[in-house]
Design a binder for this molecule. Structure first.
Ligand code: AVI
Length: 323
């Protein structure tokens, strides 16, 4: 019996518990309290995000998938075969898997902060595509993007779908794209999904859906923080807020105290008055020209932009220019 190949997986950058606690405490103590959106993704949070992607209100996932379905052959021609497909924020690896029949990558490298979720997904994927060499890396790539030696240097294609770039501020996004560029070698490129500006009602509904799945996703961060920091947040004391801030061109998610609340954790405490908020996420929406400009500022030449008929979402292939 031939043996099934096993993907290589490793946790490269386990954030020290003390550093995580310090980061969380600093955010909770800040004048405008905040929790980084990366803490939305514990195992349950990753599953809730998968459910969000199925919601009728949450258009980005299906719009991006429709762009891939419609322009697949052109995308394959632009990228060519045998790339090293590096999937940033791979989650359940489904988006990258949909590209395999188009791109025929030589190696697939899945990176996600939620390592347990990733490990299961990549093991399942390896069964379906035994001929592709696979590596799973559990790392917080927002903090640094040093790739280990197992990642091929040739034809690196950074795949950053779903408009995850929107969860950074534009300055952070530029710096992150520059770090990607530095890892591109001489023939690297980027395939990135970027959500475009649209009417507020569509954006508000996408981030505050009727079933309350996004609310559960946002509230779940409190349980995650309780575990990581030893805090005593009580979920029923908080409500989800998600809305488009047109002036900043971003959707914001907050948690709002339903009543006066005192939250404590080892070495700290904070009082919140009813109506006070904790900022948990920004999701920036770009105009197409601004998205292309951002890539160019980071050293990429935005070769091709594919979009949907409503121009709600853009998938951009950009080659790394020599530094
Ligand atoms: C992962 N990221 C691109 C999602 C977004 O749309 O900003 C996260 C999300 N937050 C609420 N719904 C989805």
């Amino acid at each position: 019996m031939p043996t099934m190949p096993t993907p290589h997986t490793e946790v490269r950058d386990p954030l020290a518990n003390a550093a995580i606690a310090a980061e969380l405490a600093a955010g909770l103590n800040a004048g405008a309290a905040a929790i980084s959106p990366k803490f939305l993704y514990d195992a349950l949070g990753s599953k809730l995000f998968e459910a969000i992607c199925e919601l009728p209100e949450y258009y980005p996932t299906r719009t991006e998938a429709a762009i891939v379905a419609r322009h697949g052959p052109a995308i394959a021609r632009a990228i060519g075969p045998d790339c090293t497909l590096i999937d940033l924020g791979a989650g359940n690896c489904a988006k990258a898997a949909s590209l395999f029949p188009l791109l025929h990558p030589a190696q697939y490298v899945a990176i996600d902060i939620s390592h347990d979720f990733l490990r299961d997904a990549i093991h399942r994927l390896q069964q379906r595509f035994p001929h592709i060499e696979m590596t799973g890396l559990g790392l917080d790539f927002s903090a640094g993007l040093e790739l280990p030696g197992v990642v091929r240097r040739e034809k690196r294609l950074f795949f950053y779908p779903g408009s995850s770039i929107g969860n950074f501020t534009p300055d952070q996004a530029r710096a992150f794209l520059q770090r990607m560029h530095a890892q591109c070698e001489f023939d690297g490129a980027l395939l990135i999904g970027i959500d475009l500006v649209k009417d507020s009602a569509t954006l508000d509904a996408a981030y505050d859906d009727e079933l309350g799945v996004t609310a559960a996703f946002n509230l779940n961060i409190l349980r995650h923080v309780n575990r990581l920091l030893g805090a005593d947040f009580k979920v029923p004391q908080w409500r989800h807020r998600g809305f488009f801030n047109e002036a900043e061109s971003r959707v914001e998610m907050h948690l709002e105290a339903r009543q006066d609340v005192r939250v404590t954790w080892p070495g700290g405490a904070r009082e919140f008055r009813a109506g006070d908020t904790i900022h948990t996420e920004n999701s920036y929406k770009y105009r197409q020209a601004a998205a292309v400009g951002l890539l160019e500022q980071a050293g990429f030449a935005a070769a091709t932009v594919w979009t949907d008929p409503d121009q709600w979402f853009a998938l951009i292939h950009a080659r790394a220019l020599p530094a």
